[in-house]
Write a protein that binds this ligand. Structure first.
Ligand SMILES: NC(=O)c1ccc[n+]([C@@H]2O[C@H](COP(=O)([O-])OP(=O)(O)OC[C@H]3O[C@@H](n4cnc5c(N)ncnc54)[C@H](OP(=O)(O)O)[C@@H]3O)[C@@H](O)[C@H]2O)c1
Length: 301
């Protein structure tokens, strides 16, 4: 329903009705659910624009960015492997994106300059607020997989919010240590610590945690080992698994069985999309339309 374009076929996308004015750059990009979320939103708002997937190889990033600007695009999302390339490709950089070292949303400003921002952090905050009714600044967080791109984004945003306490755990602990060190100017050392990646450390930490975030890829495959030791989750925990395939991960299932509130990664995807839309159009996004678009694109649990 939403084909994938390349730099060579981009002129065809510009002749679509409505014309392509937004995109997601990636390699691979065919799996991206962004068109299913944004196209119904553009239609619902009566905007004369469509959103396309653009398969862009690394050497083509700058030519593709120039090509969409010359075609009058409003902006583009950027996904793997271009988030770091995008950082150096834009004319202006939002301070949070600079801090994260990655850009996933580009807007073309009226003066023709490009502005790079990152929706990972804002999308996370809005997901926690909307789905749990909680403010990250009030919470004690445990981030599992803090050394990866998504985990680091959530950690930086939580530190920028001044969260009550931040515990970082990563299989390769040196990455979590480095991240914790980089956050020292935002959170004092008594409010930010790292944990060894083992069941004993995780078990000891859990009673003092409000929100557990899984930012690892563990849980995507049925053969993956459990993330947390059995029997430690309680109804007081909030659990946020960033994975959305499968929709119900073993962590989400275990949390719900323990009486905890748990969500999968779809809300973050949704609220990142909402954030991008609002940056591009400077107006509230039709959230329910976007949520319905995402739900329709995924199999029922
Ligand atoms: N919902 C959303 O909108 C959204 C957005 C972005 C990402 N995500 C999800 O978040 C997850 C991470 O994505 P990413 O982009 O951050 O990937 P990434 O940069 O490749 O990081 C992967 C993380 O998973 C850890 N990990 C991988 N295999 C592991 C294992 N067997 N045991 C323990 N830890 C393991 C890695 O630890 P090491 O550092 O030790 O390798 C690293 O912390 C993925 O599941 C992705 O689908 C969701």
């Amino acid at each position: 329903m939403f084909p994938c374009y390349t730099l060579a076929t981009l002129p065809q996308a510009a002749r679509l009705d409505p014309p392509a004015k937004l995109s997601v750059f990636g390699d691979p990009v065919a799996h991206s659910l962004s068109p299913q979320m944004h196209n119904p939103a553009l239609a619902a708002c009566g905007l004369d624009a469509s959103y396309i997937r653009l398969a862009v190889k690394n050497p083509d990033f700058l030519p593709a960015l120039r090509a969409i600007r010359d075609l009058g695009f409003i902006g583009t999302n950027v996904t793997i492997p271009h988030k770091f390339t995008a950082l150096n490709a834009v004319d202006e950089l939002d301070p949070a994106a600079r801090r994260l070292g990655a850009v996933n949303t580009i807007s073309f400003l009226p003066n023709g300059r490009s502005l790079g921002r990152n929706s990972d952090g804002p999308g996370f905050l809005r997901a926690i607020l909307q789905e749990f009714g909680a403010e990250v600044r009030d919470l004690r967080l445990l981030i599992l997989g803090a050394g990866g791109g998504a985990g680091a984004a959530v950690a930086v945003q939580s530190a920028l919010e001044g969260c009550r306490h931040l515990t970082l755990a990563n299989r390769t602990q040196a990455k979590a240590d480095e991240l914790a060190h980089s956050l020292r100017d935002l959170l004092p050392s008594q409010r930010c610590r790292t944990l060894p990646w083992n069941p004993q450390s995780l078990a000891a930490a859990l009673p003092d945690i409000d929100l557990i975030v899984n930012a690892t890829s563990l849980g995507m495959s049925p053969d993956d080992p459990p993330l947390l030791p059995d029997g430690l989750l309680t109804p007081a925990h909030l659990v946020y698994d960033m994975i959305y395939k499968p929709l119900t991960t073993p962590l989400v299932a275990a949390a719900r069985a323990a009486g905890a509130r748990a969500i999968n990664g779809l809300p973050m995807l949704l609220w990142q999309g909402v954030q991008s839309f609002e940056w591009w159009f400077d107006r509230p996004a039709p959230v329910q339309v976007m949520r319905d678009g995402l739900a329709a694109a995924l199999p029922s649990p």
